[in-house]
Write a protein that binds this ligand. Structure first.
Ligand SMILES: Cc1cc2nc3c(=O)[nH]c(=O)nc-3n(C[C@H](O)[C@H](O)[C@H](O)COP(=O)(O)O)c2cc1C
Length: 232
């Protein structure tokens, strides 16, 4: 059930490193600790797809999802149970926080599994060919998204050395409308240079944690500030 007092946060972790070595988990902790301190009534739901991956969708899932609810068999309903649970968590959230490491230039398979499970006709989007070239419309709205990422390399920001290889940001921002998030409500904080383990990485790490604390302050203040999505 939705809590009417305070913000409902859905925190998704997707690093396969489930302990202290994960930089995205540490960044998530910095952001959420600051957030909770500033807004103690915040309710946080954690979904750790890194530790407990969701299954990739398959033919049975697709058949069930595209069968009208009233016509679904018990087997079909069972196939969609996890998807329903994940979507319910999404529906309840005002703020979605995703720990998103870059794996092979895209999202970890566990996070892609979550993305596929929550993109559901009739629940997170509608489809109508009478809308012309844009038949898909999101159902959810008014949510904010914080993407906390880490990369071994660097230069994935627009215009950067490796911008063309950044399939992670594209995967997340392209699907954010299914989660009820408009482009102007996406915030990104990114750690870079992890594989270099040099001064540039230390600076990037320090800056990201500072940005996480500042973002918590911005989002818990009632200033109604609109973000400028950034990557880098
Ligand atoms: C399986 C795997 C694939 C990776 N692929 C990339 C990559 O394509 N580009 C990159 O810059 N870093 C890559 N990295 C480095 C990670 O993005 C980096 O270690 C990041 O800190 C991982 O997040 P975590 O610390 O939360 O586990 C990869 C790491 C792993 C383990």
């Amino acid at each position: 059930m939705r809590d009417s007092i305070g913000t409902n946060v859905l925190h998704i972790n997707s690093s396969a490193r489930t302990g202290e070595r994960s930089l995205t988990r540490a960044l998530g902790a910095t952001f959420l600790n600051a957030y909770r301190e500033l807004a103690p009534e915040t309710k946080i739901v954690s979904r750790d797809v890194g530790a407990d991956p969701v299954a990739p969708i398959d033919e049975g899932w697709i058949a069930a999802a595209f069968t009208p609810p009233a016509e679904r068999s018990e087997v079909m309903r069972a196939r969609l149970r996890l998807s329903d649970e994940l979507i319910d968590e999404l529906v309840d959230a005002d703020l979605i926080v995703i720990g998103a490491p870059m794996y092979n230039y895209g999202p970890p398979a566990s996070l892609k599994g979550w993305i596929d499970q929550v993109a559901r006709i009739g629940r997170t989007f509608s489809f109508d060919l009478s809308r012309g070239d844009f038949p898909i419309e999101p159902i959810l709205k008014d949510k904010k998204l914080v993407i906390l990422s880490s990369r071994g390399e660097f230069g994935f920001e627009p215009g950067g050395l490796r911008a063309a290889s950044n399939a992670l940001d594209v995967a997340l921002t392209s699907c954010a409308h299914y989660w009820g998030v408009a482009p102007q409500d996406i915030y990104k904080i990114t750690i870079e240079y992890q594989e270099f383990k040099d001064e540039r990485h230390r600076r990037s790490l320090k800056r990201a944690h500072q940005q996480a604390a500042e973002l918590a302050l911005k989002l818990t203040s009632s200033s109604g500030l609109r973000p400028t999505a950034r990557c880098g």
